[in-house]
Design a protein around this ligand. Structure first.
Ligand SMILES: CC(C)(COP(=O)(O)OP(=O)(O)OC[C@H]1O[C@@H](n2cnc3c(N)ncnc32)[C@H](O)[C@@H]1OP(=O)(O)O)[C@@H](O)C(=O)NCCC(=O)NCCS
Length: 112
């Protein structure tokens, strides 16, 4: 199971710019990774996802995108994510899906 969900506008969400004026959805914290499985940009192509990625990376964390829709998959490939496979949510939904991984600069607690 992932550590905990990150809901929009909570203090930990605001720290990385995950706010309800820009996004719908939720994230998960998993050690030194942020898991993205279900998000939508409310102002597409304004750089908000790029800013979210940059804020996460600024903390030294990595990013995992599980089972992405086609546009997100294209973005992951463009940004140099590595394709792996794994469970949707370990212990909750063990169906194996594509997971795109971008390692963080801080490998401490790296669970992969
Ligand atoms: C995928 C999504 C979240 C991207 O968010 P965004 O805020 O528009 O992204 P950004 O403006 O920060 O753009 C990030 C990069 O993706 C590219 N990009 C964004 N939308 C794109 C599109 N529709 N087609 C191709 N490239 C696209 C941008 O050009 C940018 O590339 P760059 O860094 O080389 O300039 C948004 O398109 C969305 O909400 N889509 C519908 C729901 C969805 O697919 N969610 C993902 C579920 S896994």
């Amino acid at each position: 199971m992932f550590d905990y969900p990150i809901d929009l506008d909570t203090p930990e969400a605001c720290e990385i710019g995950f706010t309800s004026d820009k996004f719908e959805g939720y994230l998960w914290q998993d050690g030194k990774y942020i898991i993205i499985s279900s998000i939508k940009s409310l102002q597409p192509r304004q750089g908000h996802l790029n800013a979210l990625f940059a804020n996460i990376q600024g903390k030294g964390w990595g990013i995992k995108v599980t089972n992405p829709l086609p546009v997100m998959e294209a973005i992951c490939k463009k940004k140099g994510f590595t394709l792996t496979q794994g469970p949707v949510e370990p212990g909750i939904c063990d169906d194996i899906v594509d997971i795109y991984v971008l390692k963080g600069s801080n490998p401490v607690d790296d669970k992969t």
